[in-house]
Design a protein around this ligand. Structure first.
Ligand code: ARG
Length: 470
């Protein structure tokens, strides 16, 4: 065998007169994080080799050797026996070097018509496509868990808030369905992003394409890509698909974080709307009475980290001239960590949603404070002929009187209520109840239990059958 690829300086062989220092080697190497791409790297290489053979650029014997060598490498990696060498810089050179060790010259022919630039871009896209598919399954599962919770509590009433002040009563089912909508849009965004991820860079070679008679459409079909990237310079250099993914991921985490904030507040003993199963909480090392909602708190915290990765990738791309620059090696850690964080978070959230105990009495008691049905009284007066602004004023006076008397609107007698408007009659009490208030908001998107049940049916239809069970 000719010059071993064992020294990095020798990877590019004759052009260099001295080896890089150990520090530079460590600084420029990516193998300790990009070895995660090993499986997709092999997948991409096999598709490339298969095409080279079909196009008679390598022989069928070479192809068979490459396939045999790659099978062996895959099993070494899976068994944890593959020796990753810093000297070989990255996942691509490590695998290629081992292939050549195993099968000789065929291994050296694999890189014909290819560059690590189009190779790595292909690997990331394959890896990210699989991550998106995992995320889509998890987003669905979380929505199923939330729809189930909504169904159990289609009639449970809690105060709805604006500005964190009691606003109007809503049903807990309706509240959960708001998150189902958010995570549904997140899934749409992931699907849409996947279309742009799922395009093949291979064939772009270093930047300008290759002189060999390659068949890119064939490689795209073999690897399950929808299209080939249309411009070689763009194919090897832009990471907009990864940035887009991180943006979609940041929104997933933002929605998770908003929900986390609510769970934390709801679980506070001062509020006591819910309890979260013990397995998602921890105690305090000093305060024996504590049960802390660690999972939602941590999820809220991890949102910052994903947002950071989005900014990191945007900043990484900004200012890069065409075509490939080594800067792009820095795309991997933020991308991997974003996917890992979103995947772990969604998984734990779906589990946790199934471990939430709702406390309807506490919610009801809170909804009875804060004049949550004041708007209903104003609407009632409008229906009796008063202009809305006048009704608003009349009810404001009633609320003030209640404030002084430390009672609720529904506690006032008919006689007392009529001091604010003689339009008020005995039927007023139906609208002042929490049940009357929510039931009256009976239109698409409204909080009425009947609408919540309709929205649940619609959501279930949209979610479709469980992909794991037929
Ligand atoms: N490890 C590199 C990366 O992640 C692979 C591509 C390197 N190409 C190059 N010409 N240095 O981007």
């Amino acid at each position: 065998m000719t010059a071993q690829l064992s020294k990095k300086s020798e990877a590019w062989s004759a052009r260099f007169s001295e080896p890089v220092s150990d520090l530079v080697k460590r600084y420029t190497a990516s193998v300790f994080f990009d070895k995660r791409l090993a499986h997709v790297d092999i997948q991409g290489s096999l598709a490339h080799a298969d095409m080279l053979a079909k196009q008679a650029i390598i022989t069928s014997t070479d192809l068979a050797d490459i396939q045999r060598g790659m099978a062996q490498i895959k099993s070494e990696i899976d068994a944890g026996q593959f020796e990753w060498l810093l000297d070989l810089e990255d996942v691509h050179l490590n695998i290629e070097k081992r292939l050549t060790e195993l099968v000789g010259d065929a291994g050296k022919r694999l890189h014909t018509g290819r560059s690590r630039n189009d190779q790595v871009a292909t690997d990331i896209r394959l890896w990210l496509r699989a991550a998106i598919d995992d995320i889509l399954v998890l987003l669905r599962d979380l929505r199923v868990a939330l729809v189930d919770l909504a169904e159990q509590h289609a009639d449970t009433i809690l105060p709805g808030f604006t500005h964190m002040q009691v606003a109007q009563p809503v049903t807990f089912g309706h509240h959960m369905l708001a998150y189902v909508e958010m995570f549904g849009r997140d899934a749409e965004r992931m699907q849409d992003c996947r279309r742009r991820v799922n395009r093949l860079p291979l064939g772009a070679a270093a930047l300008a394409g290759t002189t060999f008679p390659i068949d890119r459409e064939l490689v795209a079909r073999t690897l399950g890509f929808d299209e080939v990237c249309r411009n070689s310079l763009d194919a090897v250099s832009d990471r907009d698909f990864a940035i887009e993914f991180c943006a979609a991921a940041a929104l997933v985490m933002t929605h998770v974080s908003r929900m986390s904030e609510e769970l934390v507040i709801w679980m506070s003993p001062r509020v006591g709307f819910i309890d979260i199963a013990d397995r998602f909480c921890t105690g305090s090392s000093i305060m024996p009475q504590k049960k802390n909602p660690d999972v939602p708190e941590l999820a809220r915290g991890k949102t910052g980290r994903v947002n950071g990765h989005l900014i990191a990738l945007l900043t990484l791309m900004k200012g890069q001239p065409l075509a490939y620059n080594k800067d792009n090696q820095e795309d991997k850690e933020p991308l991997f960590d974003t996917a890992d964080t979103v995947i772990d978070t969604l998984r734990i959230f779906a589990d946790m949603a199934r471990g939430i105990t709702v406390k309807p009495e506490a919610m009801r008691a809170a909804a009875l404070q804060g004049y949550a049905t004041a708007t209903d009284l104003a609407d009632y007066l409008v229906k009796k002929g008063m202009a809305f602004r006048d009704a608003h004023e009349a009810v404001a006076r009633a609320v003030r009187a209640c404030d002084d008397a430390k009672c609720d609107l529904a506690d006032l007698s008919l006689e007392q209520l009529r001091q604010f408007s003689t339009l008020i009659e005995a039927d007023v009490f139906a609208v002042l109840t929490l049940e009357g208030s929510v039931a009256a908001r009976d239109h698409i998107g409204g909080t009425a239990p009947a609408q919540v049940r309709r929205a649940i049916a619609q959501a279930r239809l949209q979610l479709g059958p469980d992909p794991a069970h037929g």
